[in-house]
Design a binder for this molecule. Structure first.
Ligand SMILES: C[S@@+](CC[C@H](N)C(=O)[O-])C[C@H]1O[C@@H](n2cnc3c(N)ncnc32)[C@H](O)[C@@H]1O
Length: 195
């Protein structure tokens, strides 16, 4: 485990509550399930995104407890990282962990939903660990991506036909590979680029 991952998980354990059990009404139940990648998988994905979109910034769409947001700047691939997350307890834990790790000036997680009016992505790179996202989340994200010319490359675990069905038009698949979750599962992700 990456030393930063270990420190972040250590911080979360101190909360004494299961942050992954929390649910909010602003998103589908299935979309709020736990899934984090291994540090090695995040790092490989970040390198591919940075090659296509540059190193200035990454947005994590559904930031969970902030692991990807922290690793994006802690591993020095990106200068800034942002996360949007609908579960308030996870947002608070993520920002507390970022602060304690000295990363808070370069990384932040905001409370919000893809369904929020006017939600858009302002960084050139984005990540969506959307293995369990339900159709309403994909449709809301497709609308946000269409309205986000700043986002040049994003990684998703959903196949091109799913995104097409959700209404995505301005991105096309560039490559795909496998990534491992911290729970030992393996999923295929696709890198999409704006056309
Ligand atoms: C699989 S977790 C992602 C973990 C995180 N990306 C990481 O890699 O560490 C997916 C997250 O997306 C959040 N989510 C689901 N629907 C959302 C929505 N409509 N708006 C914002 N966040 C959402 C869930 O609450 C959950 O924490």
């Amino acid at each position: 485990m990456h030393p930063l991952s270990a420190r972040i998980h250590d911080r979360f354990e101190r909360h004494g509550v299961d942050l992954w059990a929390a649910r909010e009404p602003g998103a589908s139940e299935a979309s709020q399930l736990h899934c984090e990648l291994t540090s090695e998988s995040y790092e490989r994905i970040f390198r591919e995104l940075a090659r296509l979109g540059g190193r200035s910034g990454l947005t994590d769409l559904g930031a969970g407890c902030g692991l990807a947001v922290a690793l994006a700047v802690g591993g020095r691939t990106f200068r800034r990282s942002f996360g949007v997350e609908v579960v308030a307890a996870r947002v608070a834990a993520a920002n507390e962990a970022l602060r304690s790790l000295g990363l808070r000036k370069r990384a932040v997680v905001a409370l919000g939903s893809f369904h929020d009016e006017g939600f858009a992505i302002e960084t050139p790179c984005a990540l969506s660990v959307d293995v369990a996202f339900a159709r309403p989340e994909l449709e809301a994200l497709a609308r946000a991506l269409e309205a986000s010319p700043a986002c040049r490359a994003f990684v998703s675990f959903r196949a091109p036909r799913r995104w097409a069905a959700a209404g995505l038009r301005s991105y096309e698949p560039a490559s795909s590979a496998r990534a491992a979750t911290s729970g030992g599962e393996r999923f295929t992700y696709t890198v999409y680029v704006r056309v």
